[in-house]
Write a protein that binds this ligand. Structure first.
Ligand code: C5P
Length: 219
């Protein structure tokens, strides 16, 4: 079996950026598992439903169309909030589990057509629930204020309107929901390297992550 890298952490901590660079460096297929939850949340909203309704959310997870995952609307905050609501529902999590495990165990070929050396998955419960036997686990975090500031600047750069206080409030709300739920709550796995990026730039975070993973691969 190839290597499996698990990256978890709260919203806007920089997991995605680290995961992307590691995937390129190590020749790994990458799965952004947040997109699956966003896809389910978005599908419920799109059908005029309520993401907190267990039955509707479960049906949307069962019928999740992979084409939806390409929809740029999944990047918007409405989809993020809906995602964290459907993510509380155990049946939704169970429904998405097989797909994630299958991706980790049988990663698809790289964009270049080369076979992947393994898989890298980022989310909230990869190291604790989806891939407890991962080769290396990282928990990427930063203070809510730093994460809100990064997200705020990102939104302005994309030409979107944003208010810092509102972005911070959204992040705190999502943190509370992700940490407080009983099904696979967000928590650092005991055997993870915890990377607090509050005072690190993206290059430093990436260098530390790569060093840790290399040590695990050669162990
Ligand atoms: O990572 P992203 O911000 O796209 O995730 C959106 C939401 O999906 C999170 O706030 C979380 O509630 C949920 N999620 C999860 N488990 C994962 C990935 C995402 O519960 N593995």
């Amino acid at each position: 079996m190839g290597i499996v890298i698990a990256i978890d952490g709260p919203a806007a901590a920089g997991k995605g950026t680290v995961a992307k660079r590691l995937a390129q460096e190590l020749g790994l297929a990458k799965l952004d598992t947040g997109l699956l939850y966003r896809g389910v949340g978005f599908a419920v909203l799109d059908a005029g439903g309520d993401p907190e309704n267990g039955e509707q959310a479960h049906m949307a997870a069962k019928n999740l169309d992979p084409a939806v995952l390409q929809n740029p609307a999944l990047r918007l905050d409405a989809a993020a909030q809906a995602a964290s609501k459907v993510a509380v529902i155990p049946e939704v999590r169970a429904q998405l589990l097989d797909f994630q495990r299958d991706f980790a165990n049988n990663p698809p070929p790289l964009d270049s057509g080369e076979p992947a050396q393994g898989a890298i998955l980022d989310g909230r419960d990869i190291g604790t629930t989806v891939c407890p036997n991962a080769t290396a686990k990282l928990f990427v975090t930063a203070s809510p204020e730093v994460r809100a500031d990064r997200r705020y600047k990102e939104l302005l750069e994309r030409g979107e309107k944003a208010i810092y206080a509102r972005v911070l409030e959204d992040i705190k709300e999502r943190d509370a929901r992700d940490q407080g739920r009983s099904a696979s709550p967000l928590a650092a796995p005991v055997d993870a390297l915890v990377l607090d990026t509050s005072e690190m730039n993206a290059d430093e975070a990436y260098a530390k992550a790569l060093e840790f993973i290399r040590s695990r691969i050669s162990a």
